[in-house]
Design a protein around this ligand. Sequence first.
Ligand code: ATP
Length: 267
Amino acid sequence: MTSSNQTRSPEQALLSVKDLAMMYGNRIGCQNISFDLRPGEVLGIVGESGSGKSTLLNCISAQLKPTFGSVSYHTRHDGEQNLFEDMSEPERRFLMRTDWAFVHQNPRDGLRMGVSAGANIGERLMAVGWRHYGNIRDTATDWLGKVEISTERLDDLPSTFSGGMQQRLQIARNLVTAPRLVFMDEPTGGLDVSVQAKLLDLLRGLVQNLGLSVVIVTHDLAVARLLSHRLMVMKSGHVVESGLTDQVLDDPQDPYTQLLVSSILQS
Ligand SMILES: Nc1ncnc2c1ncn2[C@@H]1O[C@H](COP(=O)(O)OP(=O)(O)OP(=O)(O)O)[C@@H](O)[C@H]1O
């Protein structure tokens, strides 16, 4: 007889990436990438411009089909599914609208600028089957509050918002469906330093309170330090170092990571 304790396996990875490579013709986008992301874990991907961060993020979020390797996701209902072999395009799209979220650097890429703030949030709820107008409006109002936007702005267009507000609205739109996995591409890039700090605080609170699993791409080591549990350092399409964030940043082993860390300390 086996007790539940004996049968309990180590926590299942939510996202599992194996030997992933993306080639643009002869040019390497990224290569030899393998990692697991566990539920509630925040993984930071750092590296200089052109090191392959966005390519990797786009491959693991099913926006680009990798040239080699596999990306598997532990779905709510069907267990582990290989994104590109087991799932159809409509199934991947459904996942992106519901269980996943993508926060773009430029809020314009993640918002519908022609509809109100409330509709931007409500649209995601409708994608998961919500139909009751009053409930959708109430939840949208609630989320505006959570991202510190005055609820009086519910019917305003995002174009009337400041950059920081647009970014917070994009976050509300993304998180309202309680996704399990959030991809973020330089979410604080392009904002003033003081606005960045406020947004980072907000993001950190939401990630902790909602227990989100996150893959965040950033070239800003301070952002990586504040948000991520683990770090992957990329250079020329390869991972040169990975580990616990504090370990990597406080005691970098790879010469490139050492350079990256020391250049931040000097600036
Ligand atoms: N659509 C594309 N066609 C051809 N080459 C590409 C394409 N996208 C990226 N690359 C190349 O792949 C490599 C990695 O680029 P990628 O954009 O992933 O880097 P990155 O680390 O995200 O850079 P940044 O921080 O500037 O966004 C670079 O050599 C780049 O020139």
